[in-house]
Design a protein around this ligand. Structure first.
Ligand SMILES: CCCCCCCCCCCCCCCCCCCCCC(=O)SCCNC(=O)CCNC(=O)[C@H](O)C(C)(C)COP(=O)(O)OP(=O)(O)OC[C@H]1O[C@@H](n2cnc3c(N)ncnc32)[C@H](O)[C@@H]1OP(=O)(O)O
Ligand SMILES: Cc1cc2nc3c(=O)[nH]c(=O)nc-3n(C[C@H](O)[C@H](O)[C@H](O)COP(=O)(O)OP(=O)(O)OC[C@H]3O[C@@H](n4cnc5c(N)ncnc54)[C@H](O)[C@@H]3O)c2cc1C
Length: 660
């Protein structure tokens, strides 16, 4: 093993708790950690899953081809694991998500949508016969599917989609058409050249009447030759900020016929068209992905913060005191402020993601038996957690990249491509502002009618939060109650402003739009109370952990709470009993916490136990040999493979001569 950097050795000695204990806690037990290790070994130590040339130096086409090669090996290996009964959804979570997935396929996986949306849509929206027909083919990958909903003209407003599926009773077929340029499907992952099937969301027409959007299973390419079917126009949409291997595609239909039975029917029991109990059941797959994305936010954040924290312990810069050695940059308090809140935030997101996953499973269980009452609460929670989680994650990764100075700008730091993956999450699966407005819509309804509020665990605090009015105490419980008061006050105020505008004669929708900045802020505040509440509950509920670990988790919980409170200073002053002196006390508390966490910072990120191959970063490797790794990475540039590049003879030399 390479020699470990001296600074990191010293940092590791300072750590006050057992890092393995925290690793096991985060994984859900020692056996889970061992399972994860064996999964990592299975995938990361397979030489076939490594690339010979760094991705950045490949052309767009080569990147795609390399990604398809790897994805096929990857999913063959997942199938092997499933067949051996080793692991269920965890395999998919890791392989598709921000850790193993993004380590092996750094710029995205062209087959992700098959697992994340195609299969879940068949399971969630297909009836018994349809599942029998399609699931085996999909699971065994005899067919590869994607989820084609968004169009050139509409992503958010899905009721406005223009693709039509018109029923032809004579042939018992649906005829698919893209009547306009804006009706072309645009964005679906893997659609360009990978998938041969898709779930297509289209407006269903029977007897000249439109019944709204519905999902259909559609064959796009010949299963043998992979040529597009007649009546299908298909291709890739081109280069993007990131995710350049995901093969996002476009798709148009010209009188393309599919059997009647390809309309997914779980929510339309009859063979003839019958309206489902809730049109929003069609949106089920989107809720599923929003839920799993919150977990991914924690993964990306842990990765970025591990890289930046290790680098900050190795990097020395400037003089703090005259004639003293240059300090590690992690000793600058401003640097700690860039790093440690994101360490704390990754815990907050991991714990909330896990609660959300449980709520999701309960509610989908209820939906199976026709109970819909808890769906709105789940939808509202999933929307705001997805929005706040992805926004904080993307901003966090960018802050952490900046915290690494110039070297953070190198692709070898792996921070730019992590940012590319993180920022995409802010848009896909529901643009963040739009999702916060969905949560706000629910909160306003609850505010206007609090009758059943005590049965709704995520909003019951709103019953009396407006009147919390506690005087400042240095405690998480005070911050939580203050944040709850802020959320309640913001909802109340937004509600008042909507009503005022309606009273002035505005249409409700106009009043809503005019109040929407406040509505988004209210939903954001509500979400932050949930994140803190769950973090607090989780840490308080840990019974059998060592006092040393409990102390570290408490520091992180407090830092998360204080950091959130300071970010919302204006709101605290405006809506609670907080006064200027309390803000000063919060600031001192923040600084105290940064100092407390400082000796454990490396220990905490080590506990995330992220393998070097997953970090994929010259700055973040366990051994801390930053400069050697940066130098080695530079040697991989194709420009360094020859002492003189041909452009010298072609352009520079004549140019230099001309200037003589
Ligand atoms: C294999 C097995 C296992 C595998 C497991 C693997 C797991 C592990 C994987 C781990 C790694 C992950 C990696 C991921 C990589 C991903 C790759 C990229 C994927 C990216 C894909 C995409 O990007 S794919 C397109 C997504 N595209 C949207 O996301 C559109 C947003 N746009 C809307 O979502 C609607 O359009 C919008 C705005 C609501 C308005 O919809 P609208 O106009 O119809 O509705 P209104 O606003 O009028 O609301 C009317 C009433 O509906 C209520 N409501 C609305 N939605 C509802 C809902 N969903 N459920 C219930 N209720 C709902 C609402 O609350 C109102 O209720 P009320 O009336 O009671 O107030
Ligand atoms: C990397 C990536 C992968 C994707 N993969 C898929 C896929 O596999 N399948 C698929 O079907 N789609 C996919 N998409 C599409 C994605 O779901 C949409 O881009 C997303 O839902 C946002 O829709 P839009 O692009 O129409 O944005 P728009 O809705 O046009 O948003 C533009 C702006 O308008 C604002 N806005 C829009 N409506 C409102 C409103 N009601 N109130 C206030 N503000 C509003 C937004 O806040 C935003 O600021 C993907 C997108 C990306 C970036």
């Amino acid at each position: 093993m390479a020699k470990i950097n001296e600074d990191l050795l010293k940092e590791r000695k300072k750590c006050s708790f057992n890092t393995a204990e925290l690793t096991h806690l985060l994984d859900g037990g020692k056996d889970k950690t061992l399972e994860r290790h064996s999964r990592e070994h299975f995938f990361l130590d397979d030489p076939e899953l490594r690339s010979k040339i760094p991705l950045e130096y490949l052309s767009h086409k080569e990147k795609y081809e390399e990604a398809v090669r790897k994805s096929c090996i990857l999913f063959r290996k997942v199938q092997e694991l499933q067949e051996a009964g080793k692991g269920g959804i965890e395999n998919f979570r890791e392989i598709l998500g921000g850790q193993l997935g993004s380590a092996i396929l750094k710029d995205g996986n062209p087959l992700t949508l098959h697992y994340v949306m195609f299969i879940p849509t068949i399971t969630g929206q297909g009836d018994f016969e349809q599942q029998a027909e399609w699931m085996h083919k999909a699971w065994t990958c005899s067919i590869i599917g994607t989820y084609a909903q968004t169009e050139l003209g509409h992503g958010t407003f899905i009721r406005g989609l223009e693709t039509t599926a018109t029923y032809d009773p004579k042939t018992e077929e649906f005829v698919l058409n893209s009547p306009t340029l804006t009706s072309y499907k645009w964005w679906p992952g893997g659609l360009g050249h990978s998938a041969n099937f898709a779930i297509v969301v289209a407006q269903l027409y029977t007897q000249g009447k439109c019944h709204g959007i519905h999902p259909f299973i559609v064959q796009l390419r010949d299963e043998e030759t992979h040529m597009p079917m007649k009546g299908i126009k298909i291709g890739e949409i081109g280069c993007k900020l990131g995710m350049n291997s995901t093969n996002n595609g476009y798709l148009g239909f010209e009188n393309y016929r599919i059997p009647r039975t390809n309309l997914l029917m779980k929510n339309n029991k009859d063979g003839t068209y019958v309206k489902s109990p809730s049109s929003k059941l069609t949106y089920g797959t989107m809720i599923f992905v929003r839920v799993v994305l919150v977990q991914d936010c924690a993964s990306y954040m842990k990765k970025a913060v591990t890289i930046a924290t290790r680098y900050s312990a190795v990097r020395h810069q400037s003089e703090m005191k005259p004639n003293c050695p240059e300090p590690q940059i992690i000793d600058y308090v401003t640097q700690q402020y860039k790093l440690f809140p994101y360490i704390a935030m990754s815990f907050a997101f991991q714990y909330s993601a896990s609660w959300l996953w449980d709520i999701y499973n309960n509610v989908t269980g209820e939906l199976e038996s026709g109970q819909l009452e808890n769906l709105p609460e789940l939808h509202a929670l999933a929307c705001c957690l997805k929005a706040v989680g992805t926004a904080d994650c993307a901003a966090g990764v960018e802050t952490l990249r900046l915290a690494c100075g110039g070297h953070g700008y190198m692709t070898a730091s792996n921070l730019p491509s992590t940012y590319g993956l993180a920022t995409a999450m802010c848009t896909y699966e529901g643009e963040n502002t739009v999702l916060l407005l969905q949560t706000a819509r629910y909160l306003i309804k609850i505010w206007q009618n609090k009758k059943n509020i005590q049965n709704l665990p995520t909003v019951r605090y709103l019953d009396n939060a407006l009147f919390n009015n506690r005087s400042y105490e240095k405690s998480v419980s005070w911050i939580l109650s203050a944040l709850q008061q802020v959320a309640a006050a913001k909802i109340d105020l937004a509600n008042k402003h909507i009503n005022d505008r309606v009273r002035q004669g505005k249409a409700y929708e106009d009043a809503w739009n005019e109040t929407s900045i406040e509505l988004v802020a209210a939903a954001d505040a509500h979400c932050r109370t949930f994140l803190l509440d769950i973090f607090n509950l989780t840490v308080n509920n840990f019974q059998s952990i060592s006092p040393e670990l409990k102390a570290v988790l408490t520091d992180l919980l407090e830092l998360y709470a204080v950091h959130t409170a300071i970010r919302m200073t204006g709101d605290l002053l405006r809506f609670t009993n907080t006064i200027g002196k309390d803000v000063e006390a919060l600031q001192l508390w923040l600084e105290e916490l940064l100092a407390k966490i400082r000796p454990n910072a490396i220990g905490i990120v080590d506990s995330f136990d992220i393998r070097d191959e997953v970090l994929g970063s010259a700055l973040g490797a366990y051994d801390g040999n930053v400069y050697e790794r940066l130098f080695a990475e530079a040697q991989k540039s194709p420009l360094n493979h020859e002492p003189v590049n041909k452009s010298f003879g072609l352009y520079l030399k004549p140019f230099l001569k001309n200037n003589l």
